[in-house]
Design a protein around this ligand. Structure first.
Ligand SMILES: [Zn+2]
Length: 237
């Protein structure tokens, strides 16, 4: 038979366990949000990497175009000079210069074509990375909204759990509360049954003195405490 005090302590313990469960869930939320935010940051960084790759190639293409332009001006100048020279060797020297510049232009145009091809590839890659990661980011953001919503609900639940706990403490004496709080501070549950001669908290055998106190056979003992873990123990009949 449970004493009225133990009955009240078990009610308090039920409510405390519920309150602690809510607190643990609430405590886990910021870490979870931070984890999702890290994933969003990684996705954004991956999009930026693809964007930079494309931009770098476009810059390289512009530089090649400028180089080709300069070489073409040089070519035009040599051709004009060639029209006005009289001496054969000068004519031939310019012809040689013209061939060299034409060769350079050919090389640069080859590089330009290669770069254009790479730009096309980079554009495709960027588009696919951006569209798939944007979807992923949207899903992550949805997850954060759900977590925030849960945090709000749990905070409200915690408020009512706290007031229920306070209500359950009211009928208990300071001495009972002190003993309960001390046992609970070492680990919940604070109040456990003795089963098969063993403490329901640490599962170690209780002494015969503790057992008879739990059975209510020791008039001096206000509460029976496990010899090993200090939990409040009661006799379950
Ligand atoms: Zn114990």
């Amino acid at each position: 038979m449970l004493t009225p005090v133990l009955e009240k302590l078990l009610i308090l313990q039920d409510r405390d366990l519920r309150r602690l469960g809510i607190e643990a869930q609430l405590k886990a939320i910021p870490r979870e949000v931070a984890g999702v935010e890290q994933k969003i940051a990684a996705d954004r960084a991956a999009i930026e990497t693809a964007r930079t790759e494309l931009k770098d190639l476009e810059v390289a293409k512009k530089a090649l175009e400028t180089e080709i332009g300069v070489a073409e001006q040089k070519l035009a100048k040599y051709r004009t000079q060639q029209l006005s020279v009289r001496k054969n060797d000068e004519y031939q020297a310019l012809g040689h210069e013209i061939e060299t510049v034409q060769g350079q232009i050919g090389g640069l145009e080859g590089q330009e074509l290669e770069t254009m091809y790479r730009i096309d590839e980079a554009k495709k890659r960027f588009a696919s990375v951006e569209s798939s990661l944007k979807l992923e980011i949207a899903a992550h953001e949805g997850r954060i909204r759900t977590l925030r919503e849960r945090e709000k609900n749990l905070t409200a639940e915690l408020g009512s759990a706290q007031s229920e706990t306070a209500t359950a403490r009211e009928p208990l004496t300071p001495s009972a509360l002190r003993t309960y709080d001390r046992a609970g501070s070492r680990g919940m549950p604070a109040v456990v049954p003795i089963r098969g001669g063993k403490c329901g908290g640490c599962h170690l055998k209780v002494s015969s003195g503790t057992e008879s106190a739990a059975r209510g056979k020791d008039p001096d003992a206000e509460f029976a405490l496990c010899d090993q873990c200090g939990r409040m123990v009661y006799w379950e009949s």
